[in-house]
Write a protein that binds this ligand. Structure first.
Ligand code: GLA
Length: 328
């Protein structure tokens, strides 16, 4: 008889101790901040994270962070909503330390996707878990795809110039164009025939502006190949080649991503100079980073420092099959 009143509060106490955890799991809210919210790649990443949240019962707050100020406001906004952390593709990787200071001030967990933070010395911030493309390998796939197509068209390397649209402020971008260049040179491409067009951003319009003068300054080449960090930028180069007067037969552009921008191009009635793209699963990038962050927040499992993903060449011929295979 006398034990009952003692046991009852204990049981009650145990319930109380458990309930905040159970409740917190019910209320998980994670941000997903992207640098280019209008690009198909990032829309798909955010969609995939949102779907995972619906399946697992957590909320994903989709936000844009197109510059440092917007990212910091997004973090403040997430904090005021009670979010426990966020996935981010930053507009500038050098914002890493500033973003982490703000997040730590709020006790939020952070994982990066696509573009990895660098510290003040330009070194990757290893403490922030990252998931992104294996840039160099995927770049090599681009170079080899271009070389294969040059061979298929029987082009003499002496008559072929390369428009290399670069973005050396973004390490993954440099790895990608370096990989493509190395593969091309190994396949006999002439180094002197490579022309650089440094772009200010990672989108089509910045690539178009960078590319246009390159064609007019180098009018004596019969054929052109075009590569860049992503397909949006290659499309900017292809549009500039068209404006200059080059036809699809004289241009081989190969991009990276395999998102809606490429699907639209492959769906055109007539082929363009956009020959192909190395497709990577933006669905997997969005889903996996959200899952990693969720596990970290709910179970305390910190994701591994760096995960590198791979790609598959997609052309006008196979794009629908590859799209389906990658769950895009
Ligand atoms: C960068 C590019 C995007 C996309 C991602 C993929 O962020 O700007 O277009 O290629 O990498 O990792």
């Amino acid at each position: 008889m006398s034990r009952f009143p003692i046991l009852a509060p204990l049981t009650f106490g145990a319930c109380l101790a458990l309930s905040p955890l159970t409740q917190a799991q019910d209320e998980i809210k994670l941000g997903f901040i992207v640098k280019k919210p209008e690009q198909a790649w990032f829309i798909n990443e955010q969609d995939a994270a949102t779907r995972l949240g619906e399946e697992k019962g957590f909320e994903v707050v989709r936000l844009a962070g197109e510059d440092g100020q917007e990212v910091l406001s997004a973090i403040d906004n997430l904090h005021s909503q009670g979010a426990q952390g966020f996935v981010i593709c930053p507009p500038d990787v050098r914002l890493g330390p500033t973003i982490m200071r703000r997040a730590e001030q709020y006790g939020m967990k952070v994982v990066t996707v696509d573009d990895r933070f660098v510290d003040a010395d330009g070194e990757p911030m290893e403490a922030v878990p990252h998931l992104g493309m294996s840039g160099y390998k995927i770049g090599r796939q681009v170079g080899n795809a271009i070389a294969d197509e040059m061979e298929a068209r029987n082009w003499d390397p002496d008559d072929v110039a390369a428009l290399r649209i670069t973005n050396y402020e973004l390490p993954t971008a440099k790895k990608r164009t370096d990989g493509a260049t190395d593969a091309l040179l190994e396949r006999g491409f002439q180094e002197d025939n490579i022309f650089d067009a440094p772009q200010q951003n990672t989108d089509t319009s910045s690539a178009f502006s960078a590319a246009s003068p390159i064609f007019s300054q180098n009018g004596d080449y019969e054929h052109w190949v075009i590569y860049a960090l992503n397909e949006e930028s290659v499309l900017g180069g292809v549009r500039a080649s068209e404006q200059y007067g080059l036809t699809a037969e004289d241009v081989i552009g190969v991009g990276i991503n395999g998102s809606g921008a490429a699907f639209a191009e492959f769906s055109r009635e007539k082929p363009t100079g956009f020959h192909g793209t190395v497709a990577v699963s933006s669905t997997m990038h969005g889903r996996q980073t959200a899952q990693n962050l969720y596990d970290w927040v709910t179970e305390g499992d910190k994701p591994k420092a760096n995960t590198e993903t791979t790609g598959t060449l997609m052309t006008r011929e196979n794009w629908e099959a590859v799209r389906d295979e990658l769950g895009l």
